[in-house]
Design a protein around this ligand. Structure first.
Ligand SMILES: Cc1cc2nc3c(=O)[nH]c(=O)nc-3n(C[C@H](O)[C@H](O)[C@H](O)COP(=O)(O)O)c2cc1C
Length: 372
């Protein structure tokens, strides 16, 4: 597993591209250059990223758009089939497939993931999610379980998948939710190991699930631009809890990059794309999915949440500025003990080349990325 978790390279800070399979990516914005998520764009992006030394791509499993003027995430490519195709078109990077455990039969998922893993010769990762968006589940005619029970089900689901990946002969699976008889599953994952497994649950139960089962745990980036103290504490806490269970876990985070030649230009574009042209209808719908509406909380609090959600919560921490500044902030995350960061851009294809040309070499000089 060591090589898989290291993503087959020596970069201390792994850098990934996040959310490129969904329209508008991680930016609920109305600007016309927002991300299409079309297949030709995803393919070009993956080849460009692979060539430039980006370590991974992490999609979002999203089944239904959020509405608003742009129908944010209204068009999305299914993540396992997307990963299979991108693994076939790339040579180095890890590509994740994201699975909603309650929506995929574990044996179908196990085999799809093995297929992708063979195509990528051991470069597939699994992001296991339990779902939170009720509208999506209604669309499937599936009732969401009560919050904590979702993780009980995910535990059985993952146990069944892991057995399908490892047991040489037939087996029966007798769980509280799943009863499987005479299971046989071949081939096994590539090269005698298994795909990296990640999760990003933010609740205590979600975090406990990750600590017990996953190789990588994704958390929100906290702290201000000058202080990474919050991140250091969080990483230390997660790692020590995992060690208490006899496990090692890598901590990752997410962010949005707007990187330009000068600070003012970057900040102006951030304000233009993320704040002034925010798709407020889509943001309201996302908040409503979490039962946050002007009817459930006081109006001024609601307005604050909306602003925060647009400026931070969707895309994650905003890395906005010159290449020096963005590189310094990313290096600070690495020094805080984070293993990697999944980044989004307003338009990935337009913006990734500049990031790779200007920020990656600085990260090498700062000692957090290997010199090729
Ligand atoms: C990096 C990252 C990726 C995520 N990917 C998905 C996804 O693809 N689909 C999804 O429904 N939820 C996704 N989530 C949501 C989490 O899986 C989780 O449900 C959410 O953080 C709420 O936590 P809880 O389940 O512990 O309450 C993601 C969250 C993060 C931070």
């Amino acid at each position: 597993m060591h090589d898989r978790i290291a993503m087959y390279n020596a970069n201390a800070l792994k850098i990934g591209v996040f959310g490129a399979n969904c329209s508008s990516g991680r930016s609920a914005t109305k600007v016309p250059e927002r991300w299409s998520a079309s297949w030709p764009d995803c393919l070009r992006l993956a080849r460009m990223a692979d060539e430039a030394g980006i370590d991974f791509m992490l999609p979002i499993a999203r089944w239904k758009g959020y509405g608003g003027d742009t129908d944010f995430h209204g068009a999305s490519l299914e993540t396992i089939t997307w990963a299979v195709a991108l693994l076939g078109a790339t040579e180095r990077m890890t590509v994740f497939g994201t699975v909603h455990a309650p929506l995929f039969h574990p044996l179908i998922a196990a085999k799809e993931l093995v297929t992708a893993d063979h195509v990528g010769e051991g470069r597939l990762g699994l992001n296991l999610v339990v779902g939170w968006n009720e509208g999506e589940f209604e669309m499937f005619g599936v009732t969401q379980r009560e919050h904590d029970a979702r993780y009980d089900y995910a535990q059985e689901w993952l146990d069944a998948v892991k057995r399908a990946w490892t047991e040489p002969g037939s087996f029966d699976f007798d769980g509280g939710f799943l009863k499987l008889r005479g299971v046989r599953a071949n081939p096994k994952p590539f090269g005698g190991s298994r795909p990296i497994i990640m999760n990003a649950g933010s609740s205590a139960v979600g975090q406990a699930f990750a600590l017990k089962n996953c190789d990588a745990f994704f958390v929100a980036t906290s702290g201000s631009r000058t202080s990474m103290a919050g991140n250091v504490e969080k990483v230390a806490e997660i790692k020590s809890q995992a060690r208490g269970l006899g496990r090692e876990i890598e901590v990752f985070t997410v962010g949005q990059v707007i990187c330009r030649d000068n600070q003012q230009e970057a900040e102006d574009y951030y304000r233009h794309a993320i704040i002034e042209n925010a798709d407020w209808g889509a943001i309201d719908c996302m908040l409503a999915n979490k039962h946050i509406t002007p009817q459930t909380i006081p109006l001024d609090e609601y307005e604050q949440k909306r602003q925060y959600f647009a400026s931070h919560a969707i895309g994650g921490y905003p890395f906005v500025g010159t290449p020096e500044r963005v590189a310094d902030e990313l290096a600070a995350i690495s020094k805080a003990g984070m293993r990697g960061v999944a980044l989004s851009f307003v338009n990935y294809l337009d913006e990734l080349p500049y990031f790779c040309a200007e920020v990656l070499p600085r990260l090498q000089r700062l000692g957090v990325r290997a010199v090729n």
